[in-house]
Design a protein around this ligand. Structure first.
Ligand code: SAM
Length: 315
C-alpha cells in the first residue's frame, strides 16, 4: 500500500503526494528529510514537511535563482550560494564561463550526500567541478565571518522556519551586503506572495534599508502550490536592472550558457513585471522603509524601460 506524504506548511490546507517508493528518510541534526518517488513529480525532496524540489520542475526555480543575477552582471567571477545543498543552483551557476569560483555554504551535509545518491541528475557533476568549494556551516555565521568578497550571493534557503529562519533576517542580509563586491547582487527566495505577502514585504523593507535598488521578480514553480513564486534582488548598481533582452542574449551566447528550459532574455525582463496585488505588497514595504527614513528605489519593469547607453561596450 503506497504511502501518501503531506506537505504541512500551510495552516488551513494540505497537499498530499503519493510516495510509490521512499528512497531516504531521516531526522538529521537540523531537520526532517524525506526523499521519495511520485509518478507525476518524479523524485521529491521534502524538508520539515515542505516540498523543496522535484526532478520534474526544478529547472524553473534553479534557472531563475542563478541566471537572473548572473546575466544581469557584466562578468560575474565569484559566487556564493547559501543553502542549495541539492546542487541545482550550483549546476546553473557553473554554466557561466566567467565564473572562476563558486562557494556553496550548506548547513546540512545530509542534503548534499542524499542529492548525489538519490537524484544525481540535479547536481550533475557540479560538486566535482574544480571551481566548486563546499562549506558545511550555518550561512548566518559564514557571511558574518568571511573575508571573501562576491559578485553575487544567492540565498537558496528553505522557508523561514527551522534552520533556515536565520536566513531571512536583517542581520543576515546586512552581512551579505558586507560580503558583496561593489555593485554586487544579492538574491533570495521570497515565497508565495498570494499566500504569504509578509515574506516578500519583510525582505523588501530590509533590502530597502540596506541597498539602493530593490527588485522583486516572479516565476511559476509548479510544485510550490499557491500561485507565482517570488524572488528578490538587491544591489547598489543601477546598471544591473537596465540590461535589455538583446544584451542578455549576447551575454548568454558569449558565456556559452545553453540548453535552458525556463530562463530566456524575454522571461528575464518580464519576470520583473509584477501583477498589481504584488506591486501593492512591494509599495507598502517601501513606504514602511521610507517612513523609517531610509528608502531604496523600487524597480518595477515597464515596456518603456530605457536601455542604458553606458552598456554599449558589452554589445
Ligand atoms: N528551493 C527550496 C525552497 O525554496 O524551499 C530550497 C531548497 S534548498 C534544499 C534549501 C537548503 O537550505 C537546505 O539544503 C537546507 O539544509 C539549507 N539551509 C537551511 N538553513 C540553513 C542555514 N542556516 N545555513 C545554510 N544552509 C541552510
Amino acid at each position: 500500500m503506497d504511502r501518501w506524504i503531506e506537505e504541512t506548511f500551510h495552516p488551513h490546507w494540505r497537499v498530499r503526494l503519493e510516495a510509490t517508493r521512499v528512497l531516504h528518510e531521516v531526522k538529521t541534526d537540523h531537520q526532517h528529510l524525506v526523499i521519495f518517488e511520485n509518478p507525476t513529480w518524479g523524485t521529491v525532496l521534502m524538508l520539515d514537511g515542505v516540498c523543496q524540489l522535484t526532478t520534474s520542475d526544478e529547472f524553473v526555480y534553479h534557472e531563475m535563482m542563478a541566471h537572473v543575477p548572473l546575466m544581469a552582471l557584466q562578468r560575474p567571477k565569484r559566487v556564493l550560494i547559501i543553502g542549495g545543498g541539492d546542487g541545482g543552483v550550483l549546476r546553473e551557476v557553473l554554466k557561466h564561463a566567467s565564473v572562476v569560483r563558486a562557494t556553496l555554504c550548506e548547513i546540512d551535509r545530509t542534503v548534499i550526500d542524499t542529492a548525489r545518491q538519490h537524484y544525481p541528475s540535479i547536481p550533475g557533476n557540479a560538486f566535482e567541478d574544480a571551481r566548486t568549494e563546499v562549506v558545511i556551516a550555518d550561512g548566518l555565521r559564514y557571511v558574518a565571518e568571511t573575508d571573501e568578497r562576491f559578485d553575487a550571493i544567492i540565498v537558496d534557503s528553505s522557508e523561514p522556519i527551522g534552520p533556515s529562519a536565520v536566513l531571512h533576517t536583517r542581520e543576515f542580509f546586512s552581512d551579505c551586503r558586507r560580503a558583496l563586491k561593489r555593485g554586487g547582487v544579492l538574491v533570495t527566495q521570497n515565497g508565495l506572495p498570494f499566500l504569504f505577502p509578509a515574506h516578500l514585504s519583510g525582505t523588501t523593507a530590509v533590502f530597502a534599508s540596506l541597498f539602493k535598488r530593490v527588485a522583486p521578480y516572479l516565476c511559476t514553480q509548479p510544485c510550490y502550490f499557491g500561485g507565482p513564486f517570488a524572488l528578490n534582488l538587491a544591489t547598489d548598481d543601477k546598471h544591473v536592472l537596465k540590461v535589455d533582452a538583446k544584451q542578455l542574449a549576447k551575454r548568454q551566447k558569449k558565456r556559452g550558457v545553453h540548453g535552458l528550459k525556463y530562463w530566456t532574455p524575454e522571461v528575464h525582463i518580464g519576470a520583473f513585471a509584477l501583477p498589481a496585488y504584488v506591486q501593492q505588497v512591494v509599495a507598502a514595504a517601501l513606504d514602511e522603509a521610507r517612513a523609517k527614513g531610509k528608502g531604496a528605489e523600487a524597480y518595477v519593469a515597464s515596456a518603456s524601460t530605457p536601455r542604458d547607453p553606458s552598456e554599449a561596450a558589452d554589445a
